[in-house]
Design a protein around this ligand. Sequence first.
Ligand code: ZN
Ligand code: ZN
Ligand code: ZN
Ligand code: ZN
Ligand code: ZN
Ligand code: ZN
Length: 619
Amino acid sequence: MSQEPSLQDLILGYCQQVGGLVEPPAYGIYEVLLPDDVAARWGFPAHQRFLFAEEEHRAVLEGSATQGSVATEGSAATLLHYGHPLVETVVEELRRQSANGLFFVNNVRLEKPGLFSVIEKAVGLPNAKLFPVPDAVERRRLYHYVRFNFKASLIADEKRELILPIWMHLQSGYPVKSDDIERLAVLDVVNQFKHLDPAELAWLPRPPANPLSEEVLHPLLERARLAARIALGDTLQSLEKRLRRFLELDHARLSQYYDDLQKDAEKRLQKADADHRPALEAKLSAIETERQAKLADVVQKYRLRVDLELVNLAVIAQPKLDLKVEIKKRTAASQRQVAWDPLRHTVEPLACDICGLPGEELHLCENGHLAHAACLAPQCVECKRTFCQKCAESLQNCVVCARPVCVHSLARCPECQRVTCHEHVNLCHAANGEPQRIQAASPEAAASLEKAAPAAAPVPTPHGAELAARRKAAKKRGIPKARTTSVKKPVAGPTGDYVDIYFGAAKPLVSAYVMVKKREIAVRSWELTDGGIAVYCQCGNWYCREDGLVYRPAPDGQIEAQIMSNIRELMAEYHVPEKKLHFYRVVGEAVDARRLILTGRWKDPAALEAARTGFDNLK
Ligand SMILES: [Zn+2]
Ligand SMILES: [Zn+2]
Ligand SMILES: [Zn+2]
Ligand SMILES: [Zn+2]
Ligand SMILES: [Zn+2]
Ligand SMILES: [Zn+2]
């Protein structure tokens, strides 16, 4: 039998892929209802009855054996075979999809009366307002999507492959959901809007003149890879669950087997005379060695690896209408290009300057950046100015109460040069030259600090040596950890009350503590090392698949998002809801923070690049 997909699989599969309904066959005949636009595109009626050449024979046979009428009724069905115009059309469409290519969407009307007010309604700005830019005019320009087709290989005890298309908005640099575009766009090989200029890129600092050059496509591919991993999330999770279950079973089976062997040998050792003892003792230790090796094997066997290979890419060009607008508040302003998509009839969302993802609601930072609420730095307690994470340097912490104060509001002591909020101006060297530490400056701060310090909050300060040792151990391991404090956990996994995240300026380390009744039940840390982002996990699970892993750092500016997605994975593992996540910035002491703010090496492009190179050279 041939491994090639049959004509039937090909056609029916594709009909479903484009949104058609395929009824189960009756006597070898498939009723298919195609979406109207697809039917129009192919030039066939939407309602089809397909009979396949390879099935014809059987249909006739079955028909004649049971119901003679079917064979003759078959004439009402379309007999499909290679060379049939409909088959040719589908094959051609598939061919265009599976090869690198450049396509044009021409089926749009480039008009939108009252564009400014349409944009005004669509863009959510909680702390700013939208204004027209004097002399700005609506422009018709060419925008692009890039569809990256990845082959994702999920490798563990078996290998699963799937094709994963990721659509990226070239001008905005973020992933887009392609359903509507695919449904509405007619892909043409001819550009009917040749006279239009391409729109400029919004996400690269110095975008090249040609938006389709490698300087653009390479970083876009990096972003697409990240999006692909997120898109794989559910698949990976269910796969991992299955693997964990298998691992538990294998582990239990092996443990039982070696326990029995061991008991047996121990019994014999007890009864043995001095002459035989050495041999039996050697046997016992051999059993233990073999047990460790076998357990290491199964851990390896069920470890999930994900490979993403770019198969091909297609560029889809589509004209859009855009307009320059100004986003303004009392203290800051920024101009942005906002595009109207005449295909989907929507205003395209602006991108967050921190994580690069689109935002329905974006905050204007004091320095003109736009950011998601989650991508902001803590707010200044004095003036309530909003800073984004890129501008976290504009904030310092009062040495007395540790609350954030911005450069505009802080007070610097002329004697000791320390920084305080206004409330604590006289306390910066009040305790024998040292700051007087106040934990409860105001009811508000008291509440937040109480939360920040549950009876000696664990502040992670693994020393370099300790980390190196742990890393070595993790690398060597692969075998169950002989952990004296090991906590046995049920397969379903325990539930954490909350997760505390600690991060600080001193070293590029983020630590997450999963807490139950104020006790930590797991600690997972991410450290930026020369070989990438190294993970250390103490969760007590001997099969922990995170411990010892190294991740390739995401593109500059997306590091927070990358660490946050790891944190969310940990939270999912322990069933901790989003609102039970607390952030603490370690600046001498732990300070309540609203989000993860990475600084120092995490934000040093050279350090990140070195880590990526180190990662790429790992294997
Ligand atoms: Zn963001
Ligand atoms: Zn301030
Ligand atoms: Zn900013
Ligand atoms: Zn203060
Ligand atoms: Zn002072
Ligand atoms: Zn772990």
